[in-house]
Design a protein around this ligand. Structure first.
Ligand code: SF4
Length: 255
């Protein structure tokens, strides 16, 4: 009986070498198209900012912890009074859990969040001389601080090239097929692989703002979208890109 033919490893090697990177194979955009998407975002919002109010890295950390399952507007209302009296870990500790709770009572899950704010203030004083650490590893050891919160703080307070995947970024990664993934971590890694270095500093805010104001969850407003000609979302409703102009004032007015 003739022996079955085995493909030699030698013939397999060239094919394996020719295989594109996973990210490049999985997404339907060329590197040029990805760069053009972020170039347009950079023209629209040259200096994008998050919408949480804060005075220093500590108050940003507290604001982000408070923002879980709450709107930025409701957090800003609560922290206006809170940060006026407590903008350092020591002042927060001196204020105490009950009074912190009094300031944030209008925010969902406020009891647990007040407890976390006090616990993380204690940890910052005990382990970091009252300063907010600048590594993800140290941040995620703090009470109530997960990877997403750490990424927001590293990016917005310290200018690091991180991407915190919230509901908007997760939706965009999958809807546009730019960084498809079943988990926030997969979407984060997908985006980090494809975004050109020069745009990584602000990509986090550009994507959130694009998702919040244009590529909305229920009905994307494709006629207002500056990347409508490049976008490969199956449910897009327009192929003509909107005029590329700086948007800061227009976004504020539209809120
Ligand atoms: S064209 Fe529509 S679906 Fe695509 S990014 Fe713009 S708003 Fe979103």
């Amino acid at each position: 009986m003739p022996k079955p033919k085995l493909k030699s490893a030698v013939t397999k090697l060239p094919a394996a070498r020719a295989k594109p990177r996973a990210s490049a194979r999985r997404i339907p955009y060329s590197p040029h198209e990805v760069a053009e998407i972020f170039r347009r975002f950079s023209v629209q919002r040259p200096d994008p900012r998050g919408e949480l109010d804060f005075k220093n890295p500590f108050t940003l950390l507290v604001a982000v912890v408070l923002s879980a399952q709450a709107t930025d507007v409701s957090v800003n209302k609560a922290t206006k009074g809170l940060f006026a009296v407590a903008d350092t870990p020591q002042k927060m500790l001196d204020l105490g859990e009950e009074k912190v709770g009094g300031f944030i009572r209008a925010i969902g899950l406020w009891r647990g969040k007040a407890r976390n704010v006090i616990a993380l203030s204690e940890a910052l004083i005990r382990d970091h001389h009252g300063e907010v650490p600048q590594t993800r590893e140290a941040l995620t050891k703090l009470p109530g601080v997960g990877r997403k919160t750490a990424n927001v703080v590293l990016n917005s307070a310290f200018g690091q090239h991180t991407l915190a995947v919230d509901t908007h970024i997760f939706r965009l990664g999958n809807r546009l097929k730019l960084a498809p993934g079943k988990t926030p971590d997969e979407v984060e890694q997908g985006f980090l692989k494809i975004i050109p270095d020069e745009y990584l500093r602000h990509a986090h805010h550009w994507l959130i703002l694009h998702g919040r104001y244009v590529c909305k969850a229920r009905r994307p407003e494709c006629e207002r979208c500056v990347i409508a000609d490049i976008c490969k979302a199956p449910d897009k409703t327009c192929d003509v890109p909107a005029a590329l102009v700086p948007l800061e004032g227009i976004v504020a007015a539209a809120q």
